[in-house]
Design a binder for this molecule. Structure first.
Ligand code: NDP
Length: 450
């Protein structure tokens, strides 16, 4: 597999793709390592994860440079992403010593619950956030006593492969955390069909997620799905319009819009529409799309020529309100673009574009805003802007989405649960309960009567 630099189109590295035999042997090694790993004393498992975190910390610059090269992420974002792996490892290093069960009062004896690890967990990662999404899966899974096989996206395997090496350097036993690069239809599919893989943690498109869910049903395999989104950024007339407009570009164009949480629909109350658009235009035009290795870059290229063609297909024939700029020449560049929706039937209003394109539509009142925000099959993220506290609470409760921010454009934090409703996914990642999702609760009754 040739790994391309999206900013230049040049080849960064060539990685051998694993076939079925290599995948099976990685899964067998993970199965073989499980019994010993689950038996490692909780404090020792915690120590190894903390060691893994500090080794990642020592390699933040190297990992970030790899991510800039293979994914076109801005250097600022890439450093944050490598740091996120470190932080998530440290956070879940607290879990092994806190996986407490319960003692439940029952007649005639003592009843105790245990949180038992599942076995081998298969993590399937997309190309949009190769490092954080990997860490959100493997860190809590390892902390709970599982072993992990992880398939990175074909386009972006390099940082995951390096993380697996750093895990070994930290002292993780062989087979506990293995990265298996290769095709989704081969490696990823084998995670679904191999009986030793007891849970699949998938992030990617809704279409593939549905296939994974159907495949896992064959073995009643546990599954977590983090899928697409078409999140709404709802701006009420009573909000701090300057702040809402200033943050709207980052809310959708971060990572060139290739973000499942991208607020790619802006709903603006009609009475504030003109003022908001007048504020949004300079903010979009000032958004710096440039060589991602520059410290000043806010946005880099799209991941591939195919992704750029797909994004372009949404803009062709649509009403462009205004757009920013992007470099010319080699690389998969696309400028930040604002479209005005003619109706909620517009394809760019309904489908996940996964690029630096946002659609804007006015609404009349609170009920209208909620109706329009919920008029989608997705429900992952979103924002709302208002100074009215009661309205903030009402609308936050009424919008059908898993993760929402009020008067802020960011909502993903490793301390809090993350995931979608409707066709945006199943299950939650991150937050204090994530390790429990990689365990089964076992209930044991001890008779105490003579
Ligand atoms: P996919 O859903 O195809 O890929 C995500 C991951 O799943 C990749 O590792 C992929 O492998 C793997 N995969 C693909 N097919 C299978 C399969 N049959 N069984 C098991 N694993 C599989 O997303 P794409 O990369 O093709 O992106 C397409 C669209 O999906 C985007 O434009 C965007 O709309 C959406 N998307 C959403 C994401 C999110 O975060 N919610 C992330 C990425 C994409 P491989 O690399 O070999 O294809």
């Amino acid at each position: 597999m040739d790994v391309l630099n999206p900013a230049t189109g040049g080849v960064v590295a060539t990685v051998p793709a694993s076939g079925l035999a290599e995948t099976d042997s990685a899964i067998e090694r993970a199965r073989g390592a499980f019994d010993a790993w689950r038996s490692v004393a909780p404090g020792e498992r915690a120590r190894l994860l903390r060691r893994f975190a500090s080794i990642v910390d020592e390699h933040v610059e190297e990992l970030a440079a790899l991510e800039v090269a293979q994914a076109g992420h801005t250097i600022g974002n890439a450093r944050w992403e490598a740091g996120n792996v470190r932080d998530v490892l440290n956070y879940y290093a607290g879990a092994p010593e806190r996986l407490s069960g319960r003692q439940i009062p029952v007649p005639g004896g003592l009843d105790v619950t245990f949180h038992e690890p599942l076995g081998v967990v298969g993590v399937i990662v997309p190309w949009n956030f190769p490092m954080p999404i990997a860490g959100w899966g493997f860190a809590p899974a390892l902390a709970a006593g599982n072993t992990v096989v992880l398939k990175p996206a074909e386009l972006t395997p390099l940082t995951a492969l390096r993380l697996a090496e750093l895990g070994l350097d930290a002292g993780l036993p062989e087979g506990v955390f293995t990265v298996v690069p290769g095709k989704g239809s081969v490696v990823g599919q084998r995670f679904v069909t191999h009986p030793a893989v007891r849970k699949v943690c998938f992030t990617g498109s809704t279409e593939v997620g549905k296939q994974i869910m159907a495949g896992c049903a064959e073995q009643v395999k546990r599954v977590t799905l983090e899928l697409g989104g078409k999140s709404a950024n709802i701006v009420f007339a009573d909000s701090d319009l300057e702040l809402a407009a200033a943050s709207a570009p980052a809310a959708v164009y971060d990572n060139a819009g290739q973000d499942c949480c991208a607020r790619s629909r802006i709903l603006v109350q009609r009475s504030a529409y003109d003022r908001f658009m007048a504020l949004l235009e300079p903010a979009v035009k000032a958004f710096r799309c440039e060589d991602p290795s520059l410290e000043t870059a806010q946005m880099g290229p799209l991941i591939s020529a195919g992704q750029r063609a797909s994004v372009e297909s949404y803009v062709d024939g649509a009403e462009v309100a205004f757009r920013g700029s992007a470099p010319d020449g080699d690389g998969f560049w696309y400028p930040p673009t604002v479209l005005t929706a003619r109706s909620t039937g517009d394809r760019h209003w309904r489908e996940e574009v996964f690029g630096p394109v946002v659609s804007v539509l006015p609404f009349e009142d609170e009920a209208d805003a909620v109706r329009l925000a919920n008029d989608t099959e997705y429900g992952l993220s979103g924002s709302l802007w208002t100074r009215d506290l009661g309205r903030a609470i009402r609308v936050a409760r009424a919008v059908e989405t898993g993760t929402l921010s009020v008067n802020s454009h960011s909502s993903v934090r490793y301390w809090t649960p993350f995931g979608g409703v409707k066709q945006s996914g199943l299950g939650r990642e991150l937050g204090p309960d994530a390790p429990l999702a990689f365990t089964e609760t076992k209930n044991v009754f001890f008779r105490t009567e003579e």
